[in-house]
Design a protein around this ligand. Sequence first.
Ligand SMILES: [Zn+2]
Length: 220
Amino acid sequence: MHKYIIMGAQGCGKGTQSLLLKQTFDLVHISVGDIFRSQIESRTKLGARIRRFVNDGQLVPDEIVEEIVRRRLDEHDWNYGFILDGFPRNRPQAVFFLENYDVDAVIYIEVPHDVVLRRLLSRRLCSQCGLDYNLIFHRPTVAGVCDVCGGELVQRADDTEKAVAARLKDFYAKTEPILELFRQKELVITVDGTQSQQEVHQEVCTRLTRSHARSGPANP
Ligand SMILES: [Zn+2]
């Protein structure tokens, strides 16, 4: 059984790493952000509550987030394990998790502030079809023009340098206490996220295998 939490700032490559891990270990990828979106789209009661907070620019309260995680894990469709993404977002949520569940490792993908900032400021969006681009990782063939529909590529309104820097600052302020808590339990595996996606994945796998060996049954 592989039970993992994956963490990292926006733009660290966490989404890609989650998918690679999911394929490698046949895990269920539980993205709390995706659950929020699907609840909002299916217009459930819970979705309506979540939408109110999101629309007001507020964080979804801990009890709602914890309820979502609890319900999702209670489905028990994760025969080989899970990878939890977008949770916990603060120390109380981490405490909740440790009190109710166990986890084999917390994978932290570390990318220096200026690199993440540069990656996020390189994001573009097609103003017509909504396709995502990144001028570092996924350039359009013709600068400023969508490959698919020919629409104009624009920056998201909330991707200004000031807004991105503020989001990152908030992320680090909330994440450091979580990592501290998990470090006390020797659960954190920190991986250098400036490497290529394949290299990051390789390093994650190697380190996880090593940590499994260490935490396995002790020899008499
Ligand atoms: Zn387009």
